[in-house]
Every structure is written in C-alpha cells, then in structure tokens.
Write a protein that binds this ligand. Structure first.
Ligand code: NAG
Ligand code: NAG
Ligand code: NAG
Ligand code: NAG
Ligand code: NAG
Ligand code: NAG
Ligand code: NAG
Ligand code: NAG
Length: 254
C-alpha cells in the first residue's frame, strides 16, 4: 500500500514540474511577441497618430532575367516617418499591406535589390551586398520615397551605409522578434518575422536559417527554465529511488 502511495506521489512530483514547464513555455511563447509591439508607440515630439497594429506578413520575390528566383523575403513591414507639416513635426506609422504591394528588383553577382511599391504612394527599396571574399551578405542601403495623404511634398530618405540583416551566402536570415532598422534620423523600419535571402537560392526555396541574435537571446530563457526543471525532476527521481531502497531494507529486517 505504502509502495503504491509513494509511487503516486512520485508520479505527481514528476508530472507537476513537467506540466509547469509546458505551461511556462507556452506562456513565454504567447507573451513574447505582443510585449514588443505596444510600448513602442509613445510619440513624444510628434502629433499623435493612430497605431496601425502589427503589420501583415507578405512574401516578395525577385526573378533574374532567365526566370529563376534570386531574392526572396517574407516579412511584415511598418514604416516610421517623421516629417514637417505646417511647421510641426508629424510622425506617421504606416504598415505596408502585402495585398496592395508589388515587388520588383534586380540581382547581380554581388548586389541585389528589392523594390516594393503600393499604388505609387510608397516606394521602398532594399539593396543587399554580397562580399565575395567572405561570402557574407547584408542589407547595405535603403531608399524610401513616400507621398502620403497629409504630406505637402514627397518625403524621401536614403542611406547607403547600413549594415543590417547579416547572413552567409546560401543561407537565409531569420528573425522572429521585431527589429528596428534605423535608416535616417527621420525614418526607421519596424520589421516583423523576417526571413530573407538575397543570394544563392535553390529554386524558390529558402536555404538553411541563420537565426538573429535577438531570437537566440529570447530562446535562452526557456532553455534555462527547462534545465532548472529537468534538474528538479532528477532530484525528485533520486529521492524516490533512495526512499524505495530504504523501505525495501526496512521490510527485509522485519
Ligand atoms: C518612431 O520613431 C520615433 C523616433 O525615432 C520613435 O520615438 C518612436 O518610438 C517610433 N515609433 C514606432 C512605433 O516605432
Ligand atoms: C539563371 O541565371 C543565374 C544567374 O543570373 C544562374 O546562376 C542560373 O544558373 C541560371 N539558371 C538557369 C536555369 O539558366
Ligand atoms: C487588402 O487586405 C485588407 C485587409 O487585410 C483589406 O482591407 C483590403 O481591402 C485588401 N485590399 C485589396 C486590394 O485586396
Ligand atoms: C569583404 O570583407 C573583408 C573582411 O571583412 C573586407 O576586408 C573587405 O573589404 C570586404 N570586401 C568588400 C568588397 O566589401
Ligand atoms: C514610385 O515609383 C514609381 C515608378 O518608379 C513612380 O511613378 C512614383 O511616382 C513613385 N512614387 C513615389 C511616392 O515616389
Ligand atoms: C535607433 O534609433 C533610436 C532612436 O532614434 C535609438 O534609440 C536606437 O538605439 C537606434 N537603434 C540602433 C540599432 O541604432
Ligand atoms: C546611415 O546609417 C548609418 C548607420 O546606421 C548612420 O551612422 C548614418 O548617420 C546614417 N546616415 C544618415 C544620412 O542618416
Ligand atoms: C527631420 O525631422 C525634423 C523634425 O523632427 C526636421 O526638423 C528635419 O528637417 C527633418 N529632416 C529631414 C531630412 O527631413
């Protein structure tokens, strides 16, 4: 009887931490993405503008002249633009709607571009560079021109010395966490759930994923919690085995 009882409590002792681990992990997975979005919308200098929420994820690709896909990107894009209207700085947060965005671009041996256009209101171009000695690529240049409803004149921003989305030739760059790419003082891009590969695709498939640092840091928490719980399980197991051995010894002496 006591054997069965202690077995039951042992089972409880093992399943409880496991259930806890599952719940905690789900909690982390569910909580992690939303916490990154809402607190960022606190316009200080600019006039308040509606929060467009999380952008939808779109898949865009560029084909070379013989029809093979040479650049592919899946991502949600949110543009953060500050411009002057009636002598006041205005901050606009605009999501790119994938269903209203057309992609084009070009691919060379060491450079590739992706141009996204939505009905002539926004032109956003990404330029990627491949270093052929190290076989590493990165986002090196971004160009934006936008003429949105409350703008008096077209806004444009251009930076040719960027170093974002770094990956290795043949691999794709992946980041599940939201990332902010500062382009100029008045223009940044919030990029969500990005997977991009500007060079070395096979067919139209992404190569092996290279996870960004943000994701690796984020993964560390569940790993540490999991390791701690595994340690707990081992301690409970050892305690049970030792306890069982002792009670066996007890029976034999009687
Ligand atoms: C937009 O950019 C401004 C200035 O860099 C920043 O203060 C604000 O938090 C950004 N907003 C979002 C939603 O990224
Ligand atoms: C298409 O052109 C690219 C270079 O632009 C080349 O790497 C690839 O092998 C070509 N594919 C075919 C099917 O000719
Ligand atoms: C694109 O999708 C949004 C909602 O996701 C919808 O409101 C809009 O009408 C769609 N536009 C087109 C051109 O289909
Ligand atoms: C490629 O990378 C190496 C090492 O970082 C650097 O010395 C070289 O200038 C780079 N080449 C180009 C074309 O950027
Ligand atoms: C975007 O580019 C197209 C063609 O390149 C052009 O007709 C349009 O005026 C541009 N729009 C903006 C806002 O720059
Ligand atoms: C981007 O700019 C914001 C403010 O403009 C700054 O707080 C942030 O550290 C910058 N991020 C990077 C990666 O430079
Ligand atoms: C372009 O980006 C670099 C690196 O983020 C930054 O140091 C530089 O100030 C930017 N140039 C302009 C014109 O904003
Ligand atoms: C950037 O925005 C500030 C106001 O926040 C404005 O004074 C400045 O002229 C803008 N710069 C550019 C290049 O648009």
């Amino acid at each position: 009887m006591t054997q069965i009882g202690s077995f039951q409590s042992w089972c409880l002792g093992v399943t409880l931490p496991l259930m806890l681990a599952a719940v905690l992990h789900q909690g982390f997975a569910a909580v992690a993405p939303p916490t990154t979005t809402p607190p960022t919308t606190t316009p200080t200098t600019a006039a308040p503008h509606k929060d467009p929420g999380r952008p939808e994820r779109g898949t865009y690709q560029v084909a070379s002249s013989n029809g093979t896909v040479c650049l592919k990107a899946s991502m949600g894009l949110q543009l953060n633009v500050t411009y002057v209207s009636q002598n006041k700085p205005v901050q606009d947060i605009v999501n790119l709607q994938p269903n209203e965005t057309k992609s084009s671009g070009s691919c060379g041996s060491d450079s590739a571009s992706l141009q996204l256009t939505d009905a002539g209101k926004t032109n956003l171009t990404f330029f990627f560079t491949l270093n052929t000695t190290t076989n590493k690529y990165h986002l090196s240049e971004v160009f934006l021109s936008a003429s949105w409803p409350d703008m008096k004149e077209t806004f444009s921003a251009h930076n040719r010395s960027l170093d974002y989305l770094r990956g290795t030739l043949g691999n794709s760059y992946v980041c599940r966490m939201e990332q902010t790419l500062n382009v100029t003082q008045n223009f940044s891009i919030n990029i969500f759930q990005v997977q991009v590969q500007p060079f070395g695709l096979t067919g139209d498939k992404f190569g092996a994923a290279e996870e960004c640092q943000l994701d690796e840091d984020d993964m560390l928490i569940p790993i540490i919690v999991g390791a701690a719980l595994a340690g707990l399980v081992i301690i409970v197991l050892l305690a049970y085995l030792i306890g069982r051995k002792r009670s066996h010894a007890g029976y034999q002496t009687i």
